[in-house]
Write a protein that binds this ligand. Structure first.
Ligand SMILES: [Zn+2]
Length: 84
């Protein structure tokens, strides 16, 4: 089976040339490029990924975006801990 035509996506292309997640984006007229939000990851995994992206940011724009993502991931992690 072919993989999704969008960017770095390796999900199987089940909707024409796109995976289900990217096809939904197209249907909603959202930008198709870019990774989908990962589901099934824990808040900790998202926080670690966000921290790595933050450390890897190589431009002001990427840094600003990574900073916002990291802040959100940190808040999500803290609130996930508070709910236990
Ligand atoms: Zn896709």
């Amino acid at each position: 089976m072919r993989t999704c035509a969008a960017g770095d996506c390796f999900r199987p292309a089940t909707q024409g040339e796109l995976c289900a997640g990217h096809a939904k984006r197209k249907y909603r007229h959202q930008p198709v490029a870019g990774p989908l939000a990962e589901v099934g990851r824990t808040p900790w995994q998202r926080l670690v990924d966000a921290a790595l992206k933050y450390a890897d940011a190589d431009s002001d724009e990427a840094f600003a975006r990574a900073s916002a993502v990291l802040r959100k991931a940190a808040q999500a992690y803290v609130s996930s801990r508070a709910r236990r």
